[in-house]
Design a protein around this ligand. Sequence first.
Ligand SMILES: NC(=O)c1ccc[n+]([C@@H]2O[C@H](COP(=O)([O-])OP(=O)(O)OC[C@H]3O[C@@H](n4cnc5c(N)ncnc54)[C@H](OP(=O)(O)O)[C@@H]3O)[C@@H](O)[C@H]2O)c1
Length: 251
Amino acid sequence: MNLTGKTAFVTGGSGDIGGAIARELAAAGVDVAISYVGQAQSAAATADAILALGRKSLTVQLDQRDPASIEAAVEPVLQQFGRIDILVNNAAWNIGIPFPDLDALTADIWDRVLETNLRGPYLLARVFAPHLRRHGSGRIVNIASVAGLFPGGSSIAYASSKAGLIHLTHCLAVALAPDITVNCIAPGLVEGTRMAQRLPEKMAQGARKQAVLGKTASAEDIAAQVTTFCGAESVTGQVLVIDGGMPGSMH
Ligand SMILES: NC(=O)c1ccc[n+]([C@@H]2O[C@H](COP(=O)([O-])OP(=O)(O)OC[C@H]3O[C@@H](n4cnc5c(N)ncnc54)[C@H](OP(=O)(O)O)[C@@H]3O)[C@@H](O)[C@H]2O)c1
């Protein structure tokens, strides 16, 4: 699919990877709306970068723990762009809690992680689906994590939320075919991001050592793959690991 003139909504465009995805899509000719929850200045900087690439941009405040906030996110995008072709479920929240410390992972933290990282993407897909369907070539790309495939990452709740997002990708690919493709990227450690900096250094070093390429992913690697999924005509329900080549994730 030629992406020129298409429109996208990228959640978490104020964050490191969301910003890179928004810029990459804009460079491919897409008008891009991005969401933020608290970091309005970072969102504005991403919006400026989109404009500098010659595309329209829009920032939308969205708390994806709140179903009403999700419902309200569609209208401004439609008003500004007139159509929506691509939804990128990139926003997420995490907190570092060692797996054995079950007492520290409270019900409140569990709910915050699952509501943000799993229920939010589902509700966004539900609200955006009728608009993505309209032109017969809608795209949803979910950003999960290798923590959703292997028991690791910042907390049990985060890993479980990303495992859920991977299976949600499969379920939505079935539910929304043939009008909308739904694919997923599972990054390993993404260098230079705030989220990666919150990981214990030992874990980050371990990831770099295990990667056969001798390096982990960059935000630009993730963004390039989002654009590839959006351009693909006959790929749906797929999960692509981007982690510098961990032997354990090669299958
Ligand atoms: N960085 C990594 O190493 C890594 C590895 C594997 C997977 N990932 C995944 O990649 C994606 C992007 O990560 P990142 O490194 O770019 O993270 P980040 O820089 O921390 O950005 C997270 C984004 O999510 C938004 N957000 C947080 N809570 C939200 C809520 N309740 N409602 C709506 N938006 C909310 C934040 O908004 P504000 O900025 O406005 O607060 C921000 O835009 C996430 O899904 C993450 O799980 C990252």
